[in-house]
Design a protein around this ligand. Structure first.
Ligand code: F3S
Length: 294
């Protein structure tokens, strides 16, 4: 019997679902543009494009009378100030968990702390957070980048990108605790991310093939693929059902499927359906699929 296990945490997280639903509501009522892609998923972007929602790269490009939507990753303080000063109608869809990090960065920067952000310096979420402490943060992706950058007398405030790898962040936290006196450390990795990473680890340990579904630009999807590869060498990161190999020349008694936080339920459903046909056997579904099928 072939078994397909779908991670309970696969797919849209709270912040993405909230943003997608809200954008859908606004787009039906008025002309709307988004500042950058609303989330890192091509299928979702296409869906919004079909509703007339265009992507702009700067607030200046907002057409007259249109509403500008800020995406889940959030933006710098200066961007919000610009939007307000130019009286552009806007809707802030920044995930509340990201907003919380903005507030921490802002508060502790004003108190004179050196802000350290553990995350990917090229990711828009990190760029946005840095913009709430006057772009003064030290951004590191792993412990080696911290070497020689802090001293015991530094007043340090440490935060993490919401999708940071938990084990990596634990090492950074430990180093900061022994290197500085009374550092302020926040656990800002999103619990949805943690859960998704844990599920990916658990499932990939037990399967022959692991499929990780999500946009190629999605940082959290890539992270899930990286974690899964550690435990299942036959891990495939795919964007949609079209990326599935035509056949797998490997054992496929147990197949695991997970998906990034920006992967919509209809994409997951298609992939599971295709795999069900491909393995041509008795398939047992995880509970989460039933939820997606509702
Ligand atoms: Fe927000 Fe966590 Fe999703 S930070 S956008 S709920 S992964």
């Amino acid at each position: 019997m072939c078994k397909i296990t779908v991670a309970k945490s696969a797919g849209f997280c709270f912040g993405v679902e909230r943003a997608v639903n809200e954008l859908m509501r606004i787009a039906k009522e008025k002309k709307t543009v988004t500042l950058g892609p609303i989330i890192h998923n091509g299928s979702v972007i296409e869906k919004f494009e079909s509703l007339g929602v265009k992507i702009v790269n700067s607030p200046d490009e907002t057409p007259k009378g249109a509403t500008l939507a800020i995406r889940t990753h959030g933006v710098k303080k200066s961007v919000i100030e610009k939007i307000k000063s130019e009286n552009i109608d806007f809707c802030d869809l920044t995930c509340p968990f990201v907003k919380k990090i903005h507030n921490i960065a802002s508060e502790y920067h004003e108190k004179g702390y050196k802000i350290i952000i553990a995350g990917d310096k090229h990711h828009p979420e990190v760029d946005g957070i840095n913009g709430w402490c006057d772009d003064s943060a030290l951004v590191i992706s792993d412990l080696s980048e911290l070497d020689g950058k802090i001293s015991p007398s530094d007043r340090v405030c440490l935060v993490a990108q919401t999708t940071m790898d938990k084990k990596n962040y634990e090492k950074i936290k430990k180093f900061v605790k022994i290197s500085c006196q009374n550092p302020i450390i926040f656990d800002t990795i999103c619990s949805a991310t943690e859960k998704r990473q844990k599920d990916a680890e658990e499932i990939s340990k037990t399967v022959d093939i692991m499929l990780v579904v999500g946009g190629r630009m999605s940082a959290n999807t890539k992270r899930l693929a990286d974690i899964s590869k550690k435990y299942c060498k036959n891990t495939f990161q795919i964007e949609t059902v079209r990326d599935l190999p035509l056949r797998f020349d490997i054992p496929k008694n147990k197949i695991g499927i997970t998906a990034g936080a920006s992967t919509p339920p209809w994409i997951i459903k298609e992939v599971v359906g295709e795999m069900e046909e491909m393995v041509n056997g008795e398939v047992s579904f995880a509970e989460v699929l039933k939820e997606h099928e509702k």
